[in-house]
Write a protein that binds this ligand. Structure first.
Ligand code: 5AD
Ligand code: SF4
Length: 442
């Protein structure tokens, strides 16, 4: 929450911890706004908070394990200060509510992604008995609540919520509910406010963000509406689904200069057999055709992806097909995961056929392969110039600045003090690793 506004002395202080994806980061900003309206103030640390909320993720088992560990730590805080209220929000709340009540009986509040509007009321009730609210609401978009965005040159703005695709492995449709789009006016108003505050880049968010549709406004049209906001320099979006990559979206990317040449286009597998079992809705050939069209329309495009190894029924030959796809497409970067069976999903009943050992080996191979490709690609950029949106000091320090190229690559460069975050500067690449371009200011 915004810490500059002065809360009244008695305002209860709330600390929000966020786990998981960018959607959760954006939801925590929304939760901050809901609680601020209800008279809560932001706590700087869990120790000084009256309320601690964990906004959680359920995508893989590992995400849940981390939160359960954290809940154990917080139980000790609560033991020392019984008036402290502890809440668990988000996808894990929706997914595991029954198990959570059992595993963490000290929780005061369990609330799912469509219950945030009711948090003040739920927290009020939680003073006496644990409050549980995991109703999904197919119309809730929180369009009337302006999120309390964190500071910085980039902001994340929710364009649509939920997912209707039901990929066989994925728990999202069960925990975030049906797909619904935020009205374009609400998105544009939020982004106007951000631009007026000096934000230069927005990332539009949704589980299948390019499936966005509200009345006559499809995602291509939304990109153009956002691009018309004065002061905003750059637009990205994540994550699109390959099946929703319409001509309207490709054309907006190709012709609207503010829409950056970067696309995170999850493929999941390079085997048709596995893609069919995953119920992804496309074949390898169709995906390759889409990338070809994208690269023809947007020559500067950088492409990243998500890959799952060890899905139910994945044979060595299927896995080899994934490696071949990687070699053919040469992604700029990739996130890869071991398949984690999730209760309620269609694949859960099929079981887990690939051993942990094979999953580990396949994952390591995907990561090594991608590191090599990323390094080769980045080295291939040596001598090239890029417009970098400056974010601030580089993580490694030593007086360097860091920012992102249009392709969303991290560029690090030495610079004069006069260059401030939010500036767009031209740099030339001097050397590169798989994850960073080392540059000189031009
Ligand atoms: N196991 C492993 N990875 C998963 N993802 C989604 N569900 C699972 C699962 N059950 C991955 C997909 C998706 C990304 C956000 O997380 O690759 O694109
Ligand atoms: Fe999950 Fe598939 Fe929806 Fe993405 S498109 S959120 S992988 S069900």
């Amino acid at each position: 929450m915004n810490q500059s506004a002065q809360p009244e002395a008695a305002a209860p202080r709330v600390f929000i911890e966020t786990y998981g994806c960018q959607m959760n980061v954006a939801d925590s900003e929304l939760i901050g706004a809901v609680l601020r309206r209800a008279g809560y103030a932001a706590a700087v640390s869990p120790e000084e908070a009256d309320v601690i909320l964990l906004n959680t993720c359920a995508i893989r088992e590992h995400a849940g394990d981390r939160v359960l560990g954290r809940l154990g730590d917080l139980a000790r805080l609560k033991h020392a200060r019984p008036e402290l209220r502890l809440g668990l929000l988000g996808c894990m709340a929706q997914h595991n509510r029954a198990a959570l009540v059992e595993k963490a009986p000290w929780l005061d509040l369990i609330a799912g992604p469509d219950s945030y509007r009711r948090l003040p009321e739920l927290l009020g009730r939680a003073r006496f008995d644990p409050a549980v609210d995991v109703r999904l609401d197919r119309a809730e978009t929180y369009a009337d609540i302006a999120p309390e965005h964190e500071g910085g040159v980039r902001a994340f703005v929710t364009a649509m919520r939920g997912c209707d695709r039901f990929c066989a492995f994925c728990v999202v449709p069960y925990v975030r509910g049906r797909e619904r789009s935020v009205p374009p006016e609400a998105i544009v108003a939020d982004i106007r406010g951000l631009a007026a505050r000096g934000v230069k880049e927005v990332v539009l968010l949704g589980q299948t963000v390019n499936a966005y549709r509200r009345g006559e406004t499809d995602f291509g049209r939304l990109l153009r509406l956002v691009a018309a906001v004065d002061g905003l320099e750059r637009i990205r979006f994540t994550s699109p689904h390959p099946c929703d990559m319409s001509d309207s979206v490709i054309e907006a990317m190709a012709t609207e200069p503010k829409v950056q040449p970067w696309l995170h286009l999850p493929v999941q597998s390079g085997s048709d057999r596995v893609l069919a079992a995953m119920e992804r809705g496309y074949t390898v050939e169709e995906y390759l055709g889409l990338v070809e069209r994208l690269r023809a329309a947007i020559p500067a495009l950088a492409l990243s992806t998500d890959i799952i190894v060890g899905f139910h029924g994945e044979e060595e030959s299927d896995f080899r097909a994934t490696l071949e796809l990687m070699a053919a497409l040469r992604y700029d970067s990739a996130f890869s995961f071991k398949y984690s069976p999730r209760e309620h999903t269609r694949a859960f009943k099929l079981g887990d056929t690939v051993s942990e050992e094979d999953k580990g080996r396949r994952l390591a191979e995907v990561i090594a392969r991608q590191e090599r490709i990323s390094l080769e690609r980045n080295r291939g950029l040596m001598g090239e110039r890029f417009a970098v949106l400056v974010e601030g000091p580089a993580r490694r320090g030593n007086g360097m600045l860091a920012g992102k190229t249009p392709q969303f690559k991290t560029a690090v460069f030495g610079a004069a003090d006069s260059i401030k975050p939010g500036a767009i500067v031209t740099v030339r690449v001097q050397s590169a690793t798989a994850h960073t371009l080392h540059c000189a200011l031009v």
